[in-house]
Design a protein around this ligand. Structure first.
Ligand SMILES: Nc1ncnc2c1ncn2[C@@H]1O[C@H](COP(=O)(O)OP(=O)(O)OP(=O)(O)O)[C@@H](O)[C@H]1O
Ligand SMILES: [Mg+2]
Length: 151
């Protein structure tokens, strides 16, 4: 099946958070969302909107230094990674990377995971557009393709 990308305008932080909240309604066990985009693009902003809606957590810190934050107050556990400071993909093991199958994974700087990044995932790419952002949702695998239908 052809994998169709969805492109959305998010002119401000509120609309980007709202997009995260909208995706929170669709999550299933084992989902991985790769948050692509440069420094300050809005990856954490999107993750905050999603985690707030899914796990009811208002204060979502950036995992810049801890590399991972977990949230257990939603229907499934959420693992929020920021791999910017990851030195070696082998270090993912001690960050719980192989224990997330029954949960939801959000990853900032996903390319640092190398070949350990799940193949079946949703890529959320955030680009700067004027004062706002342009967001591309690109499904990899039928599970996401079906859910994005009519998004
Ligand atoms: N849609 C938007 N339009 C304009 N500004 C936005 C938008 N979304 C987020 N911002 C602002 O851009 C910045 C994004 O910061 P954020 O920490 O979310 O980026 P990040 O991609 O996680 O960065 P890092 O690479 O450091 O992890 C914040 O100052 C936020 O207020
Ligand atoms: Mg961030």
């Amino acid at each position: 099946m052809q994998q169709m990308a969805v492109i959305l305008d998010c002119p401000d932080e509120t609309s980007l958070r709202a997009l995260g909240a909208r995706l929170a309604q669709m999550l299933r066990a084992g989902d991985a969302i790769a948050l692509q985009g440069g420094l300050g693009a809005g990856k954490t902003t999107f993750a905050r909107g999603l985690i707030e809606a899914y796990a009811g957590i208002g204060e979502v810190p950036s995992p810049t230094y801890t590399l991972v934050q977990t949230y257990d107050s939603g229907p499934l556990p959420v693992w929020h990674y920021d791999l910017y400071r990851l030195e070696d993909a082998a270090d993912l093991t001690e960050l719980g990377w192989d224990e997330t199958a029954d949960g939801i994974v959000l990853v900032e700087w996903p390319e640092r995971a190398g070949t350990r990044l799940p193949k079946w995932r949703l890529d959320v790419t955030i680009d700067f557009q004027g004062e706002g952002r342009r967001v591309t949702l690109e499904p990899h695998g039928e599970g996401w393709q079906t859910r994005l239908h009519g998004f």
